[in-house]
Write a protein that binds this ligand. Sequence first.
Ligand code: GAP
Length: 430
Amino acid sequence: MENLDKIVSLCKRRGFVFPSSEIYGGLGGFWDFGPLGVELKNNIKSWWWQTMVQAREEIVGLDSTIIHNPKVWQASGHTLSFTDPLRECKECHKRFRADQLKGEKCPECQGKLTNVKQFNLMFETYIGSAKETANKAYLRPETCQGIFINFANVVDTVQPKLPFGIAQIGKGFRNEITLGNFIFRDREFEMMELEYFVRPEEDEKWFDYWLKERLKWYLDLGISKKNLRFFEHPKKSLAHYSKRTVDIEYHFPFGWAELEGVANRTDFDLKNQSRFSNKDLRFQDEKGEKLYPYVIEPSVGVERIALALLVEAYREEKDKKEIRVLLSLHPQIAPIKAAVFPLLANKANLVKKAKEIYDDLKICFNVAWDDIGNIGKRYRRQDEIGTPWCVTVDFETLKDKKVTVRDRETMKQQRVAIDKLKEFFQTKLV
Ligand code: GAP
């Protein structure tokens, strides 16, 4: 947990993550992402989108609303079943998840606890000016129902063949009872979900396929194999819609915990949305046969990936007499790709050349400018936020039109011609 505390502090100090509404004392389970955090999240999302949607012929994207017709949540089973068992302390009124409590007393003040109540995790809101039950709606607790209710629209427009997928990235909201562990469990978070529609008799094959693909996705991002494992949900604890669920777990500083879930949702959602809406959501195949496809769903929260990547990347290394803190992030994910420095901030000709290079690079990459303090300190500042390369303009540059590029991982330096810099970064960023 020591590393987690250090990561939390780094995230605050360097502008990755701030507690939401901090000037009012914060709001439990809500986090804001600062200048570096927003870049980190955007990079995770675009990597997911690029690999899961754009690089695949049979998967298309969608962006549905956060609030749906409330009947959607009746059909999905969420109004009845999306609950956690809750007990409240009769003395201090703190609330706890009954399944996480040890013993019969309040862990905070030893007070008596109420009996178990089922607590629905969906946030309620009202549409229009009258706060009446008839106008009650919910903030979506998962993005996938937006996909199921648009199934016919997408099929009509892209006319796919089975198997095919519809993917979506968007906010999800859950009124979680227990929080903690930084951004691991939030009340507002972003989800990346793929609904992959397959022939019912091929569900197991595609389930295995997606489990392997998703594990590989994390390995490709630089997460080590020893920190990833599968957890097979026992049949009796499966969600109401699932035939099989396997979590990809990550070894966080607080223990093994779910990073992503891969579920076989069968035809549960399409059938139920069809029944409640009275619309035929069956798929017509090449032979004219109508069927409800089964759905394999890899689903993950962006904040959980961000946390796993930060934990995985955080390192402290001995460097001479000092400790070098670095985030060893994959270059695609690093918020800033390169930082440009003039060797001396008071030499106008160096500053002018460095600015020219910075202005040219910033059209293609997210680059930073730093001319404060000595070069060693600037390297340290960039290491700590995971910038893979630092570019220094020195007196030689004015003569040989080359710059010094220093690598975050090896700290090795090499001279690169200014007109080859973009290409140098581009080849490393694929
Ligand atoms: N549509 C399926 C679904 O929602 P889930 O296992 O409840 O399944 C999917 O959630 C993923 O969303 C999880 O694996 C996790 O990465 C993320 N997630 C769920 N609840 C979260 C929370 N309260 N805070 C942050 N991420 C969360």
